[in-house]
Design a protein around this ligand. Structure first.
Ligand code: UD1
Length: 367
C-alpha cells in the first residue's frame, strides 16, 4: 500500500508529522505500508515551513513541487500541474490530504482525476462562509474524497448531510492535538521572554492573517488599536504572518519610533515549540486562526477569535474559544470578561487524546 502524504502550508505540517510517526510504527510491526512525503512548496520560508520540519522531526520531503506564492488560481494551477506530472512518472495507491489549504484541494483534484483514492484528514468541517478560500477548499475536497477521517461528530453529520456513506467516515480525533500532546513538555522559551521580561498569565499572544482582517490597512489598524486600548498595558506579543507584514511594515517605517504602541511587540512568525510555549503561559490569545482555537482549547487558555463564524464549533461549545466577530467594538466586552476573571473554563473534545494518527493508520491498513 503506497500513500502520498501532502503537506503544503504551515498548518499542514503539525497534522502530517504524527501520521508519519504512525506509519513508521506500523512498518516496524511488519505492516506493508509505504509513504511518499510531497511538499507542494505553498509555504517555503524557514519561518513558515523549515523550522516545523526540524522541530517536529518530519523527514525531508521526498518531493518538493516548489509551487511558491501567487494568487489563489495561480497557486492551485501550479500545484496541480506539478503533482500531475509527478503522478504520471510515479503513481500511488492513495493520496492523503489534511486540512483546508490550497494544496489540500489542488492535490485531491489531481489524484481523483487519475483514479487514485483520496483520503481527507479533518474532513467534514464547515463554517458556511464561502468568502473564505478555505471553505471552498473544504467543500471541493470533500466532494471527491473516498475516505474521511474526522475531528468531531459535527463533521460526521455535515458529511452525512451531503450524502456521504456512513461506512466511509471515521471519527478518529485530531492529529494536530497528537502533535501538541507529544511536544507539550518540550516547548521552548523564545528569546523575547527574557528580552521584555514576560511573566506568566500577564501578556497576550496575537495572530492575524485572514484576508478580511489584514488585507485592508484601515481595518487592521482599527483592530490593533482597539486591542491595545483594552489590554491594560499588558505586553501583546504579535508574531506577524507574511501576509500581514506586507501591510504593517510600510506603516511602521512611516512611524518615527518604528512601533504602533508601547506594549505591542511585533516579531517574526515563530517556530512551533516557541509559539506554543508562549500560548501555554499567556493570559489569553487573540487570533483569527482556526487551528490555534483547538490548541488553546486543549491547553485551557482563553481565546478570542476575530471572525464571524467557525468551522470548529466544539472550541466554543466545549472549549475556551469565543467568537468576537470582526467588529472591533466586541473587543472591549471580551477584555472586560477576561480581566474580571469570568472567562469560561474549557473541556477537551472527545478523542483529542494524542492517539488519532494511530487510529487513522490502523483503519487504513484494514481498508
Ligand atoms: C494559508 C492558508 C491558510 C492558513 C495559512 C497559514 C490557503 C487558502 N490559506 O494562507 O488556510 O491558515 O496559510 O499560514 O491555503 N509567504 C511568505 N513565505 C512563505 C509563505 C507565504 O512570504 O513561506 C507569503 C506569500 O508570498 C503570500 C502570503 O505570504 O504573499 C500569503 O501566503 P499564502 O500561502 O498565499 O496564504 P496564507 O495567507 O498564508
Amino acid at each position: 500500500m503506497k500513500i502520498d502524504l501532502i503537506a503544503g502550508a504551515r498548518p499542514n505540517f503539525m497534522k502530517i508529522a504524527p501520521i508519519i510517526d504512525a506509519i513508521k510504527f506500523a512498518q516496524s510491526r511488519g505492516q506493508n505500508i509505504e509513504y511518499r512525503l510531497v511538499h507542494t512548496g505553498q509555504h517555503y520560508d524557514k519561518n513558515m515551513s523549515g523550522s516545523f520540519f526540524d522541530q517536529l522531526g518530519i523527514p525531508l520531503p521526498d518531493v518538493n513541487l516548489e509551487s511558491g506564492s501567487g494568487s489563489q488560481a495561480e497557486q492551485t494551477a501550479k500545484i496541480m500541474v506539478a503533482y500531475e506530472s509527478l503522478l504520471i512518472k510515479d503513481s500511488t495507491d492513495y493520496c492523503l490530504v489534511v486540512g483546508d489549504v490550497t494544496s489540500t484541494m489542488a492535490c485531491s483534484i489531481v489524484a481523483k482525476k487519475m483514479n487514485i483514492k483520496v483520503i481527507h484528514v479533518e474532513g467534514g468541517i464547515r463554517s458556511g462562509d464561502l468568502t473564505m478560500p478555505e471553505e471552498i477548499n473544504r467543500i471541493v475536497t470533500d466532494s471527491i474524497t473516498d475516505y474521511f477521517f474526522t475531528t468531531s461528530e459535527t463533521a460526521n453529520s455535515n458529511l452525512i448531510n451531503i450524502g456521504v456513506k456512513k461506512e466511509n467516515i471515521f471519527f478518529v480525533g485530531n492529529t494536530m492535538i497528537d502533535t501538541l500532546l507529544k511536544h507539550r513538555f518540550n516547548f521552548k522559551k523564545p528569546p523575547i521572554w527574557d528580552k521584555i521580561k514576560l511573566k506568566e498569565k500577564s501578556y497576550f499572544v496575537m495572530t492575524l492573517h485572514r484576508p478580511s482582517n489584514v488585507d485592508e490597512e484601515q481595518i487592521l489598524i482599527e483592530l490593533i488599536n482597539e486591542i491595545v486600548a483594552h489590554s491594560q498595558n499588558m505586553p501583546i506579543v504579535f508574531p506577524v504572518h507574511p501576509r500581514t507584514a506586507k501591510i504593517i511594515k510600510p506603516l511602521l517605517s512611516q512611524n518615527s519610533n518604528n512601533s504602533m504602541a508601547k506594549n505591542l511587540y511585533l516579531v517574526e512568525p515563530m517556530s512551533y515549540l516557541e509559539f506554543n510555549y508562549l500560548v501555554e503561559k499567556a493570559k489569553a490569545v487573540i487570533t483569527d486562526s482556526g487551528g490555534i482555537t483547538e490548541e488553546t482549547t486543549v491547553m485551557n487558555i482563553p481565546c478570542m477569535t476575530l471572525r464571524n463564524n467557525t468551522e470548529r464549533p466544539e472550541t466554543i461549545e466545549l472549549g475556551t474559544n469565543e467568537l468576537l466577530g470582526e467588529d472591533p467594538k466586541a473587543i472591549a466586552l471580551a477584555m472586560g470578561k477576561l480581566f474580571s476573571g469570568n472567562w469560561k473554563k474549557g473541556n477537551v473534545p472527545k478523542l483529542w487524546d494524542g492517539k488519532t494518527s494511530q487510529r487513522i493508520i490502523k483503519r487504513l491498513i484494514n481498508i
